[in-house]
Design a protein around this ligand. Structure first.
Ligand code: AMP
Ligand code: MG
Length: 490
């Protein structure tokens, strides 16, 4: 049976010259490791037909499904602050686009399927660990309600890829609202000039922000919409302790989805300076610096839009600058809304910002686990203050804060149990704890044992549903003297 994708490839139709048609390297002995039935259904695909030899052939690059037009997309990007004029899909291929059950257009991409004209000397391959990491963390983010690219399938290729040592090769099938990045705009501006940026902006407007097409100045409205989506995204990350690790402009989508789970990780004890990525030596992408980078990256996008916004360059810059200057407060609004619901508050009070910041200060000082503090706050409402106190080195400062919080809470007049239940639906108990992720990937890579991965994935897809059997997944790693490090996944 033909697992029909019903491709409709608008990008390939529209941007001739800004991508390279390309073929995947067919895998020699592929195996289907993981397949996302629920996502397949959402995409309007036939999950049964795809969870088979026919699906395996597609996900491993052996068969090109009917209607696909595999292309490597060109993009540029600022990496750690420096401009790279030509990046592009060096290890990925866009098979095409499908319209999902909710009428949303989604990209289907193979990642790790071999070299493309944009590989710049790289092998275009991916190794199993990073592929499973992207699968796991992306699906966890989705379950946590954070906009993200998704994983449809993970396969091993039967070949080895060579990094510090040989590893099993793998391919991830990734699904995204689109793969248009800030870096795509930078590439179009550099190579195609105003006309091409306008084409790309028109396309992105139609695909992601159709309402802005009717605005008085559609390009300005488009920019404002991207700023809002990206601000909401980074606020989401901050609210769950997520550190992306490499927020270069080529890793920032126009749609506002999280993309590229390379060196990302979740923070354990709260510290805004937390950095896990081995290559981020200056802490550019540290947890607490993510909101600043948001503005920095959006400034790079703004630069590409100047000629579209107003024929008078100074006026265009003035208009864009005004929006850029508003980003910190838009971000803060999203962040504070998230924090209020984490604290079980449903009204707004001018002192809330201080209340949240004081809790964070107490957490930093007490080296308390970020996720567990928020999760256990609801227990305070249920009359059990002890569970949370043990998270702090000394709980005195927390107790003082908690009295303020309870007072603020009681003003709202909502029954404590009702608030506690609502809090348990926004404060996860299960996040991808670094040691659990490593354990699952190690078992898969070193022992071809997928059981720890499957179990972890199952826990992470229900991040709010506490189950005593899963206690081990809720705990931070036992303290060690060796700081956790992540590496750029290739
Ligand atoms: P990333 O840091 O993962 O966002 O990737 C940055 C750029 O490096 C992109 O253009 C990738 O396509 C490219 N790249 C990363 N790994 C490889 C690889 N193994 N082979 C070819 N290109 C790669
Ligand atoms: Mg990338």
């Amino acid at each position: 049976m033909n697992p029909c994708f019903n491709f409709d490839n608008s990008y390939a139709r529209t941007f001739e010259g800004f991508f390279a048609p390309c073929k995947a390297d067919p895998a020699s002995a592929p195996k289907l490791l993981q397949f996302n039935h629920a996502l397949a259904e959402e995409l309007g695909l036939d999950p049964v037909a795809l969870d088979s030899e026919a699906g395996l052939a597609i996900f491993s690059g052996i068969a090109v499904p009917e209607g696909a037009e595999p292309i490597a997309q060109a993009y540029a990007g600022h990496q750690f602050g420096g401009f790279a004029p030509q990046l592009g899909d060096g290890r990925a291929l866009l098979l095409g686009e499908v319209i999902d059950k909710n009428q949303r257009r989604r990209d289907i991409q193979l990642k790790g399927s071999g070299a493309t004209p944009f590989s710049r000397g790289g092998d275009g391959k991916a190794s199993l660990g990073p592929v499973l990491r992207e699968y796991l963390i992306g699906e966890s983010m989705h379950a946590l309600g954070v906009p993200t690219t998704r994983a449809l399938a993970a396969v091993t290729t039967g070949e080895l890829v060579y990094r510090e040592r040989p590893f099993p090769g793998a391919v991830l099938t990734r699904v995204a609202a689109s793969h248009i990045r800030v870096g795509t705009f930078e590439f179009f501006a550099r190579r195609g000039g105003v006309d091409k940026v306008r084409d790309l902006a028109d396309y992105a407007i139609a695909r992601h922000y159709p309402d802005t097409a009717d605005a008085e100045n559609p390009y300005l409205a488009f920019f404002r919409a991207v700023c809002d989506a990206q601000s909401a995204l980074v606020a989401n990350w901050m609210n769950i302790g997520f550190i992306h690790g490499v927020i270069n402009t080529d890793n920032m989508t126009i749609s506002g989805e999280t993309i590229d789970y390379g060196p990302c990780a979740f923070m354990d004890s709260y510290d805004p300076d937390t950095v896990f990525s081995s290559i981020d030596r200056q802490g550019r992408y540290a947890y607490g610096n993510q909101p600043n980078i948001l503005s920095w990256n959006l400034t790079r996008l703004a630069e590409t839009l100047i000629p579209l916004v107003d024929p008078d360059k100074d006026r265009a810059i003035e208009l864009l600058t005004e929006i850029l200057q508003g980003i910190p407060s838009i971000y803060e609004k999203h962040w504070l809304t998230g924090m209020r619901s984490k604290l079980g508050l449903s009204t707004e009070d001018p002192d809330d910002l201080e209340l949240v910041n004081d809790l964070l200060w107490v957490m930093k000082d007490g080296e308390a686990d970020f996720t567990l503090v928020f999760r256990r706050l609801s227990q305070v409402l249920r009359g059990n203050g002890e569970a949370i106190q043990t998270l702090f080195e000394q709980s005195g400062a927390f107790d003082v804060w908690a009295r303020r919080w309870r007072k603020r809470q009681e003003q709202e007049g909502i029954p404590a149990e009702k608030v506690a239940l609502a809090m348990d639906r926004v404060n996860p108990i299960y996040i991808p704890r670094n040691h659990k992720v490593e354990e699952a990937l190690d078992a898969a890579v070193e022992e071809t044992d997928m059981i720890p991965f499957t179990k972890l994935l199952a826990v992470l897809t229900h991040p709010y549903d506490e189950d005593a059997q899963n206690n081990a997944y809720a705990e931070p790693a036992p303290a060690t003297d060796i700081p956790y490090k992540t590496f750029c996944g290739t």
